[in-house]
Design a protein around this ligand. Structure first.
Ligand code: FAD
Ligand code: NAD
Length: 466
């Protein structure tokens, strides 16, 4: 077996691992990255990017269909139809462009990429078995970075296989099921459930908690529930799945009182969360301290073993690509000798439902629970000119700020296109803006961003347009 040595060995080429590798190489650190499947990881191949591509495509199709039925805008369209195979090819083209870009960036920066599944030997050594056209290799390193991501959680009552699919299968449909049952009304269940509904499937969603998006503030989740019902999605909150019916064409669901009923289904998308990928590649042998099923890390992404680091989904919630990337860049900089800590003022969360939701920092409830004395104010998109011209008047922007000094503690928004407001929200919080800073900034007209300024004005008792 060939033996190589490197300063930094990264296991996993997702957004955490590839960003860490690029940044380390930029800083002159000899870096090797091992990837068992495809560069870009979950995010680029079977996560963020393909899901957002299909959300856009399904949204366009739905819009065209609605023009056929109700032409308030004066647009008339006849008999739109979908070429599903072409839609999937378009999505795959975007994925290929981005993953090819990652490969090119790693190469340009001088990162050694090894294809194959890494197996940990010890805290300084990993091996990759011989594979297609590649000899087995043992890599010895000074620093080991674990960035192996996560996998979908399976349900004992409906294990993956056959008609029971994960998000990965749902992102590459060969045909649309007539009736799709979605288990879990979280990010994936609602983002992809909406896609299938807009493309024409009958969609039911079963959620164990008493409402959709239970991890989000109720005021934000409510407009999404209203929109799902308007689209014709059947919601079954407070229910769990018990397995297939005897005939195999329906799923037995159980409500909080234990009463069972049947939901007909041709396919079931199980989206009940993801678990850190910590097993099956020798990581257990390191005996690292764990935080539940995730690798425990400190605020520099150090594990309990010296010079073994971990980032991204393998370290648990929040399992978001931008968190993984930020952690990856930071670890590279620490190894290069810079003084860094992972202490963002806030990590934005965006749910790409219809309407979209953005949360950055504290909600009024979070602030109260943390014992902060805060004020909050919201501005409705119904009073925003741009929202009306986009034919999307529902939703709002809300700001939360400390009562004493008006320091902004949080932003929330729900509405069409609000994902793009995440940037302004994050900037304000990370830069320590006060209500007066946002209220006193000229915001371009007509834009959705004016609702951000108006929310700040309203919190100061100076609202102009509501
Ligand atoms: P991953 O992206 O999972 O990458 C880990 C990589 O490690 C994989 O490529 C894997 O093959 C490789 N690997 C694992 N073990 C080994 C081994 N032993 N040897 C070699 N290679 C190995 N997040 C957002 O922020 N925004 C979104 O809109 C969003 N949408 C999503 C939609 C879906 C459908 C899903 C499933 C996830 C979504 N996420 C989103 C979450 C996001 O994809 C993850 O948070 C992110 O990919 C985590 O990055 P990571 O680098 O930690 O792990
Ligand atoms: P999730 O945690 O967002 O939602 C899972 C939902 O399933 C929850 O509402 C939970 O109450 C419910 N649930 C759990 N067990 C159940 C059961 N037995 N029966 C019925 N309902 C059940 O998880 P997800 O949607 O699978 O997404 C996984 C992760 O991927 C997310 O946590 C997020 O980190 C990431 N992701 C992010 C985005 C984004 O940023 N826009 C999009 C997709 C995925």
């Amino acid at each position: 077996m060939e033996t190589r040595s490197t300063t930094l060995l990264v296991i996993g080429g997702g957004p955490g691992g590839y960003v860490a590798a690029i940044r380390a190489a930029q800083l002159g650190i000899a870096t090797t990255l091992i990837e068992g499947e495809k560069l870009g990881g979950t995010c680029l191949n079977v996560g963020c990017i393909p899901s957002k591509a299909l959300i856009h495509a399904a949204g366009e199709f739905d819009k065209v269909c609605r023009y056929g039925a109700d032409s308030a805008l004066g647009i008339q369209v006849q008999s739109p139809r979908i070429d599903l195979a072409q839609m999937v090819r378009w999505k795959d083209g975007i994925v290929e462009k981005l993953t090819g870009g990652v490969a090119a960036l790693l190469k340009k920066n001088g990162v050694q990429v090894v294809r194959g599944w890494a197996r940990i030997v010890d805290g300084k050594t990993a091996e990759v078995a011989a594979g297609a056209g590649q000899e087995a290799v043992r890599i010895v390193c000074d620093h080991l970075l674990l960035a192996t991501g996560s996998l979908p959680v399976a349900l004992a009552a409906l294990p993956f296989g056959g008609k029971v699919i994960s998000s990965t299968d749902a992102l590459a449909p060969q045909a649309l099921p007539r009736r799709l049952l979605v288990v879990g009304a979280g990010y994936i269940g609602l983002e992809l459930g909406t896609v299938y509904r807009k493309l024409g499937s009958e969609v039911s969603v079963v959620e164990a908690q008493d409402r959709v998006l239970p991890a989000y503030d109720e005021d934000l989740a409510k407009p999404v529930a209203v929109s799902l019902r308007r689209l014709g999605v059947q919601l079954h909150p407070g229910c769990t799945v018990a397995g297939w019916s005897a005939s195999g064409d329906a799923v037995r669901i159980r409500d909080a009182q234990g009463a069972e009923s049947m939901l007909p289904a041709d396919q079931v998308l199980v989206a009940v969360g993801r678990r850190p990928r910590t097993e099956g590649w020798g990581m257990e042998s390191l005996m690292l301290d764990m935080n539940g099923r995730a690798v425990r890390i400190d605020d520099q992404c150090r594990t309990s073993m010296r010079q073994v680091w971990a980032i991204g989904d393998v370290t648990g919630e929040p399992m978001l690509a931008h968190r993984a990337m930020a952690q990856g860049a930071m670890v590279a900089e620490i190894i290069a000798g810079k003084r860094r800590h992972f202490s963002p003022a806030a990590i934005p969360a965006v749910c790409f439902t219809d309407p979209e939701i953005v949360v950055v920092g504290r909600t009024p409830q979070d602030a109260a629970q943390a014992g902060l004395d805060c004020i909050h104010a919201m501005f409705p998109f119904a009073a925003n000119g741009r929202a009306l011209t986009l034919d999307s008047p529902s939703g709002f922007v809300r700001v939360v700020a400390r009562r004493d000094n008006h320091l902004i503690a949080g932003w929330q928004a729900v509405g069409t296109g609000v994902s793009e407001l995440a940037t302004a929200f994050s900037h304000a919080i990370e830069m320590g803006a006060r209500l007066e800073d946002v209220a006193g900034t000229i915001h371009a007209h007509p834009t959705l961003g004016e609702a951000v300024q108006e929310a700040a004005l309203r919190a100061l008792g100076q609202a102009l347009h509501v």
